[in-house]
Ligand binder design. Structure first.
Ligand SMILES: [Zn+2]
Ligand SMILES: [Zn+2]
Length: 126
């Protein structure tokens, strides 16, 4: 019984992250997955996310000054950037990458990676 319940919780959380189309916070995952699993607790969401990360299914989006968000690992593995709405606090995926950032570096430096988060108001909040 316990195993079946755990599987149901895990599948509900996994599909919420998979179908969101944008990185979600723990609270957003909890709120949406609770529709499928009404007894779902926040601690279970945390534990399940950790397990999905260990299994390489889910990746965290870590942004200074904001709570971690979570997105499918197959999305995270493709280079992309995010938009953070400062009004509703939601994160969105954005298309494109400015590139050419190595021109910002001092002489002799070598660029290996970059992270970029745009912020402002999403369409619903603008
Ligand atoms: Zn917004
Ligand atoms: Zn980029």
């Amino acid at each position: 019984m316990t195993t079946r319940r755990n599987t149901k919780q895990l599948e509900a959380i996994r599909s919420v992250i998979e179908e969101a189309g944008r990185p979600l916070s723990i609270e957003e995952i909890h709120a949406t997955a609770s529709g499928d699993v009404p007894s779902l607790g926040l601690r279970t969401v945390y534990r399940t996310i950790r397990r999905l990360q260990e299994d390489g299914v889910v990746a965290n989006v870590s942004v200074p000054g904001a709570a971690d968000r979570y997105e499918p690992a197959h999305i995270a593995s493709k280079h992309h950037h995010h938009f953070h709405c400062l009004v509703c606090d939601r994160f969105f995926d954005v298309d494109g990458c400015p590139g050419g950032l190595s021109t910002m570096l001092p002489e002799g430096f070598k660029l290996e990676s970059h992270e970029l988060t745009l912020s402002g108001r999403c369409a619903a909040c603008a």
